[in-house]
Design a protein around this ligand. Structure first.
Ligand code: ATP
Length: 359
């Protein structure tokens, strides 16, 4: 059966217009090489250019179009530099995650032979709950859980609910069954007893349904040290929203660079590929950004499509992309963040060559 997938492309800000097209090019090369049907890419406005054209960084047309697509690639946004009122509002990525209830943020950190890692052989996945926790600008149905009753008093609340923990815990344990059968729960239940205590306890309850999976848990502060010393011993790590955001930057660095840390945000119905890193304005427009994280995020989206549609062809393309990125790095073609001299475009070209060399 032939099937054309329709995938959105939101380039975003900073290095987004460099790395997102690179991901599209590489995905196309893998699709061609594996004989799958061509992808219909649908460019959509988002970010600074959308403010100029539509008066908002996330136009209605973008949200409405995304709803009808099979998935999309989201570039980074530099919302800290947007003019008011946009700077003070929930950023485009947070808005999209909330709008589509993309509750599972899956963030692998994998060391590549040929790239300098702080902990060699790191191969873990952070499963970050994406809708609640301590990020008060996205843990309410409407409005923000962060507010200032007086100019000198600022208050934020955290929310943890059983159903949200249950679904993220199932995502983590199911993932572990396809990997090395180990889940680590990260919390701070010695201090935040009720909120992160509920997170920890519900995860342990769900663990009872996955007898083949070993489970342990750590406080977030201790976990940072365990990761620095022995990241290679961890498999799947499940945690709340803010802890997951911070830990995944740490694990990206431990594995070698933010430039090689991909991610996908999913619900049952929607998948959004989005690199862990931000818009890196300090290196934008110089052809030195590492596109690997965005390329690997696109591969995760293809893999998610394969599982969701029961279609093996996007999975073959995803595997080919991952192998080609590893081949390229192992062969010594790396961007400056990994100690090399290749530019964004040269690295992308080398990955495409590696795809062709494998077929
Ligand atoms: P944001 O608030 O959007 O997360 P940030 O500046 O806090 O932005 P990043 O954009 O992730 O965080 O950048 C952190 C550092 O990592 C910067 O020095 C940046 O240049 C570097 N960096 C991020 N992504 C890449 C990449 N793809 N390739 C090379 N370096 C990167």
């Amino acid at each position: 059966m032939r099937h054309t997938y329709h995938l959105g492309v939101l380039a975003g800000d900073g290095i987004g217009p460099e790395i997102v097209p690179a991901a599209v090019e590489v995905a196309d090369a893998a699709i061609v090489a594996t004989g799958a049907d061509p992808i219909d890419w649908v460019p959509l406005p988002l970010g600074r250019l959308a403010i100029d054209e539509f008066g908002t960084p996330l136009p209605d047309v973008t949200l409405k179009t995304l709803a009808g697509l099979d998935g999309w690639l989201l570039g980074p946004h530099d919302s800290a530099t947007y003019p008011e009122p946009h700077r003070s509002q929930l950023n485009p990525s947070g808005t999209i995650r909330k709008h589509f209830d993309l509750f599972a943020n899956i963030r692998p950190a994998k060391a590549f032979p040929g790239a300098p890692a702080i902990v060699e052989h790191t191969d873990l996945v952070i499963v970050r709950e994406n809708t609640q926790g301590f990020y008060a600008d996205r843990n309410t149905y409407t409005g923000s859980g962060e507010f200032m009753p007086t100019p000198d008093v600022a208050i934020a609340h955290a929310i943890i609910t059983r159903p949200a923990v249950e679904r993220i815990a199932h995502a983590a344990f199911q993932l572990a069954t396809r990997r090395r059968n180990k889940v680590t729960i990260v919390h701070k239940a010695n201090v935040l007893r009720l909120t992160t205590g509920l997170f920890r306890d519900v995860c342990h309850e769900i663990a009872g349904q996955y007898h083949q999976v070993a489970v342990d848990d750590y406080h977030i502060d201790a976990m940072t040290v365990h990761l620095l010393r022995r990241a290679h011993e961890f498999d799947v790590i499940v945690t709340e929203n803010m802890f997951g955001d911070i830990l995944s930057d740490l694990t990206a660095g431990i594995a070698g660079s933010p430039g090689i840390a991909p991610a996908i945000n999913t619900s049952a119905d929607h998948g959004m590929a989005q690199a862990v890193h931000g818009s890196a304005p300090d290196i934008a427009g110089q052809d030195i950004a590492n596109p690997a994280a965005m390329i690997l995020s696109a591969a995760m989206l293809l893999d998610w499509l394969a599982a969701r549609r029961g279609d093996p062809r996007p999975r073959r393309a995803a595997e080919l992309v991952e192998t080609a990125v590893a081949d390229t790095i192992r062969a010594g073609t790396t961007t400056p963040d990994l100690g090399g001299t290749a530019g964004t475009r040269a690295f992308t070209g080398a990955v495409i060559q590696a795809i062709r060399a494998r077929c």
